[in-house]
Design a binder for this molecule. Structure first.
Ligand SMILES: NC(=O)c1ccc[n+]([C@@H]2O[C@H](COP(=O)([O-])OP(=O)(O)OC[C@H]3O[C@@H](n4cnc5c(N)ncnc54)[C@H](OP(=O)(O)O)[C@@H]3O)[C@@H](O)[C@H]2O)c1
Length: 248
């Protein structure tokens, strides 16, 4: 990619891009011509995804590390070209916490806090770190939610409450950041057959889930919308008409 085409190409950050839905999203965005900054903790696995995309001509920078660490978020912000800006931040990385999933009366408080740090604090902190770049391109933040945010499923309270908090943070930021030109949506991708989901289900249940690629048409639709036309909404990627909902 030449310096001139890099300045005009759309740019995205995808967290948790080493596997599961995040790797699928990285491939999809690369296919749409985005330059990418990818993050996950496992550097070797992340580099495998990046290498595959570079071999097809994509501009990819990897920033391995734990998103709960401010220096990792700062390295992501440095990797993003602040001058030409950022079109898309996909806050995809998340933690289910320990499995088997403990009920809230029994969950260890360190585990409870860790899930909130990964699923709520890190995505908000990343928006803070990338705000100038997002504002420069009137960009879109996509926060990955879950049906567990509204389900009240036994055992899913730690993860589900963290996603409910992220949903409310999403619609609140949509209002707060409108004047800065930044849009924010929440997306429940629906049940998927990913490495992260596997430990929480029996082999029989897990086998019935669709691969993360089924959400492809939704993402292509979403990135084709003017961000200001979708801001503040919560989508279900596998529902009819993409399931735009009012955020709770
Ligand atoms: N799968 C489903 O059925 C489902 C349903 C509803 C919602 N979702 C949501 O969709 C998103 C993707 O889910 P998934 O199932 O694809 O997840 P996954 O298979 O567990 O992948 C999670 C990704 O995040 C990275 N990650 C985890 N903790 C991190 C941290 N502290 N810092 C940086 N990277 C971290 C992981 O890599 P490392 O381990 O190398 O860091 C991995 O690349 C999540 O937000 C999830 O809550 C999934």
């Amino acid at each position: 990619m030449t310096p001139a085409s890099r300045a005009t190409a759309r740019a995205a950050v995808v967290t948790g891009a080493s596997r599961g839905l995040g790797a699928v999203l990285a491939r999809l965005l690369a296919g749409e011509g985005f330059s990418l900054v990818l993050n996950a903790r496992d550097a070797a696995r992340l580099e495998r995804v990046a290498g595959e995309l570079r071999a097809r001509g994509s501009q990819v920078t990897v920033v391995p590390g734990d998103l709960t660490e401010s220096r990792v978020r700062e390295r992501i912000a440095t990797a993003v070209d602040a001058e030409s800006g950022l079109d898309l931040l996909v806050n995809n990385a998340a933690s289910l916490g320990p499995t088997p999933l403990p009920t809230l009366d029994a969950v260890g408080l360190a585990d409870l806090e860790r899930v909130y740090r990964v699923n709520v604090v890190a995505p908000i902190a990343l928006v803070q770190a990338l705000l100038p770049a997002l504002s420069a391109r009137r960009g879109l933040v996509i926060n990955l939610s879950s049906d567990a945010a509204i389900g009240g499923y036994p055992g899913w309270g730690n993860y589900g409450a963290s996603k409910a908090a992220l949903d409310l943070a999403s619609v609140t930021m949509a209002h707060e950041l409108a004047s800065r030109g930044v849009s924010v949506v929440a997306v429940d991708p629906g049940d998927l057959k990913t490495p992260g989901a596997e430990p929480a289900f029996s082999p029989e249940e897990f086998a019935t889930r669709p691969p993360p690629e089924v959400t492809g048409p939704f993402w292509l639709w979403l990135i084709g919308q003017p961000p200001s036309a979708v801001t503040g909404r919560r989508f279900r990627a596998q529902a009819d008409h993409w399931g735009a909902e009012n955020v709770p």
